[in-house]
Design a protein around this ligand. Structure first.
Ligand code: PLP
Length: 382
């Protein structure tokens, strides 16, 4: 069976050039980067090359980049590390549509939290954000692009607002974190242009392996390390560095080609138009224009997203649904709830996510199969 992989927002295929770049660090250059001998020096050089590549991509300084195991770890380190550094009860502003990596981390902090609501397209209001600021606000954490619906949040606008705030209130410095996991492959992540102090991302969404991520931390951001041990990663993340995976992340970042986003956007639009045209009672979720190229997301009335995922999988197609069946009833995702999708629609949530490997025929075949699957599910033919 010919397979079609349309779950690239969950994870991506590792690029063969990335595999090629990392391979020698398993069997030839396998030194511990902390050691002063030739093997260690080679390993250290490889790490610093990767750090330099990532720093250039983000317009940051190399010693502002810390390697972690994934975006979740980067988010834990940035949020817990920052909040722990204050000796009063701080206040955080975040959004109701963040990934669980932020939502669950924030829940465990000794801080009060404001969750900004979003409109039907998944956009926050910067006016709401400004109104939420208190004298105890120390952190604003807003995702760059949402993983379920693809909506791009106004990160630069927020950065400008907070820069101005910090100039006018030097005693009430607010730090700005963005989760760029779904954005870094396609959007401008220049940290100075955006005005962010911390930025998290993960390798496996950008054609590097699972198990490697990074955190950008602007100099002079107070941060207490969350993993004690050796002095690796500027003392912020103890533990022997994962050299092959760090090399892989550097290679994957060096291969980011934003112009690829245009062709992926075209394919995605073809898919969206086809599905909305051919499937009765179908809706696009997320913003029409302000969305990352790779994510097409829908809700379908009178069908369960989970059933669609299983039926498509039986036809060799990978897709995703944020809604889950718990104890016989459908639990809508927190994102569907936040955008106000009615229950009879949000149960039928489906995400199809593309990559540089997705072809025209993948999109047209997947579209046709999706139409047939939904028709059959609705008429009870499965
Ligand atoms: N943030 C967003 C927006 C994501 O899409 C994901 C993964 O789905 C994560 C964070 C967590 O990434 P990881 O599982 O690599 O830690």
């Amino acid at each position: 069976m010919r397979t079609i992989y349309l779950d690239n927002a969950a994870t991506t295929r590792v690029d063969t050039d990335v595999v090629k770049a990392m391979s020698p660090y398993f069997t030839n250059n396998y030194g511990n980067a902390s050691e002063p001998h030739l093997w260690g020096i080679n390993a250290n050089e490889a790490i610093e090359n990767a750090r330099g590549t990532i720093a250039r991509h983000l317009n940051a300084h190399p010693d502002e980049i810390v390697f972690t195991s994934c975006a979740t770890e980067s988010i834990n380190l940035s949020h817990k590390g920052l909040i722990e550094s204050f000796n009063f009860q701080p206040h955080i502003i975040t959004t109701s549509i963040e990934h669980k990596a932020v939502i669950e981390t924030v829940k465990h902090l000794k801080a009060s939290v404001t969750y900004l609501s979003v409109d039907r397209d998944g956009l926050i209001s910067t006016k709401d954000l400004m109104e939420a600021i208190t004298p105890n606000t120390v952190l604003v954490s807003v995702m760059y692009a949402n993983n379920e619906i693809g909506t791009i949040e106004p990160i630069k606008e927020i950065g400008d607002i907070l820069r101005k705030h910090n100039e006018n209130h030097p005693d009430n410095r607010i730090y700005f974190h963005t989760d760029a996991t779904q954005a870094i492959q396609y959007l401008d992540c220049d940290v100075n242009y955006l005005g962010v102090d911390m930025l998290s991302f993960t390798g496996h969404k950008i054609h590097a392996p699972k198990g490697i991520g990074a955190l950008y931390i602007r100099k002079e951001t107070p941060l207490i390390r969350q993993q004690d041990g050796g002095g690796q990663e500027f003392g912020l993340r103890a533990g022997t560095e994962n050299v092959p995976y760090i090399v892989a992340l550097g290679k994957a970042v060096s291969m980011i080609n934003k112009s690829k986003g245009d062709s992926i956007t075209k394919l995605r639009n073809t898919l969206v138009e086809y599905v909305l045209d051919k499937v009765p009672d179908s809706r696009l979720t997320g913003h029409v224009g302000l969305r990352v190229p790779h994510i097409a997301s829908f809700t379908f009335k009178n069908v369960r997203g989970e059933d669609v995922v299983v039926a498509l999988s039986e036809r060799g197609i990978a897709s995703a649904s944020g809604s889950a069946c718990t104890s016989g009833s459908i639990e809508s995702s927190h994102v569907m709830k936040a955008i106000g999708a009615p229950d009879d629609w949000s149960a039928g949530q489906l995400r199809l996510s593309l990559s540089k490997y997705t072809t025209k025929s993948d999109v047209s075949n997947a579209g046709k199969e999706l139409v047939s699957v939904i028709e059959k599910l609705r008429t009870g033919m499965f």
